[in-house]
Design a protein around this ligand. Structure first.
Ligand code: GDP
Length: 369
């Protein structure tokens, strides 16, 4: 029956199962809508009633179509990334889709990085990482969607580069794109109504357009789900525990070889070979760290996951993916990154292993800090 009901706002097929996907509406709202004859998806409902944008995600195919259609526009592309999860928030192949359009790379959540970190160093680091994946942004800008003053600055930056054109904001889910868009809406005086008119070609999705003062628009696009994000394996409660919302206090450990650190029960780090060294951990301040001997680590995890090593919580342990091991020989200032969770940085030579839930990436990169 549901298949036949469409949202009268955007045309998406109404569903009551998945909050983050196209056409979601709570069952109670659907029942009400069916009575009165006007069924909106939750996204269109919020947009109409609260002038508020809610992020939804698209399948890979729809997202590729959407990116392709953006390449055919003459516009400024604003790519929002989460600087705490930089690797996890890059859009694969973005540079191929943007065509000749300029890209402004926006690093969000700057509020959670240590204040001692120089902004210039950070933007330079982001520029280098972007170049590595073929993206050549016209500029790199740091921001925090949670701070209104930063939104005004971001808007000024966008004005500087948009050259009288439209603006398309793109990003994977969870980078804070909707927080930023809602911040921009608040900062833009005079926006009475958001407009959903033209459709993205090849999708059922209408564009959400925020009018700019010269007749052009800032367009919000749906987020794409990055399969390798830790967020997909965590309950809402655990996601709260692992996502930092204020400045991270790095924790430094002096480790001997053949020692192991557990990051809650979500990830594990083995120092296998090398001189005694210091390792600095950048993760949410309240997530517990546990040190053990490497030879006892397997048994320790087996025994304590869901208890001493949490999250995951006991009730989620059965469904939590097994940890998968990645070994690295490193030399120089390096971060071992647990996608979406944080990283451990080390200087010098070492053989190490990082473990993350199956499906979540562990990668090494040039140290950020
Ligand atoms: P979207 O999926 O990209 O639209 O992301 P959301 O806007 O829903 O944000 C994802 C999470 O990041 C939420 O828990 C937000 O509260 C949080 N968030 C967004 N912007 C910031 C920011 O600037 N700083 C911090 N610390 N958290 C943020």
């Amino acid at each position: 029956l549901l298949e036949e009901i469409k949202c009268i706002g955007c045309g998406a097929t109404i569903q009551t199962e998945n909050k983050d996907e196209l056409g979601y509406t709570p069952q109670s709202a659907l029942d009400k809508g069916l009575e009165t004859g006007d069924v909106y998806c939750q996204r269109c409902f919020r947009l109409r009633h609260y002038n508020e944008i809610q992020d939804i995600s698209l399948t890979d195919d729809d997202f590729l179509r959407l990116l392709n259609s953006i390449g055919n526009e003459d516009a400024l592309i604003v790519n929002v990334v989460d600087i705490f999860d930089f690797n996890g928030s890059l859009i694969p192949g973005l540079h191929r889709f943007v065509g000749n359009n300029p890209v402004l790379l926006v690093g969000n959540k700057v509020d959670i990085l240590p204040k001692s970190l120089k902004r210039g160093k950070l933007t330079q680091w982001m520029r280098e990482r972007a170049h590595e994946v073929g993206l050549r942004p016209v500029d790199v800008h740091l921001t925090s969607g949670k701070k209104p003053a930063e939104m005004a600055e971001l808007l000024a930056k966008i004005e500087e580069y948009r050259d009288g054109k439209d603006v398309y904001v793109v990003g994977v889910t969870n980078v804070g794109k909707s927080t930023i868009i809602n911040g921009i809406i608040k900062a833009t005086a005079g926006v009475q109504e958001l407009i959903t008119t033209s459709q993205f070609p090849g999708t059922t999705l209408d564009k959400i357009e925020i009018p700019l003062d010269d007749g052009h628009f800032l367009v919000d696009t749906p987020g794409i789900i990055h399969q390798h994000q830790m967020a997909h394996y965590l309950s809402k409660k655990d996601l709260k525990i692992t996502s930092p919302n204020k400045e991270i206090k790095p924790k430094t450990y002096q480790l001997n070889p053949e020692q192991t650190l557990f990051l809650g029960g979500l990830a594990r780090f083995d120092f296998i070979k090398g001189e005694r060294n210091s390792f600095t951990v950048y993760i949410e301040n309240n997530l517990d760290l546990h040190r053990t001997k490497l030879e006892k680590a397997d048994a320790f995890y087996e025994k304590h996951v869901g208890g001493l090593l949490t999250p995951p919580h006991q009730e989620d342990v059965a469904e939590f993916p097994e940890l998968v091991r990645y070994e690295f020989s490193i030399d120089g200032s390096t971060d071992i990154v647990f996608s979406g969770l944080g990283w451990i940085s080390v200087k010098g030579k070492a053989v190490v292993a990082g473990y993350a839930p199956k499906g979540v990436a562990v990668v090494v990169r040039k140290a950020l800090i």
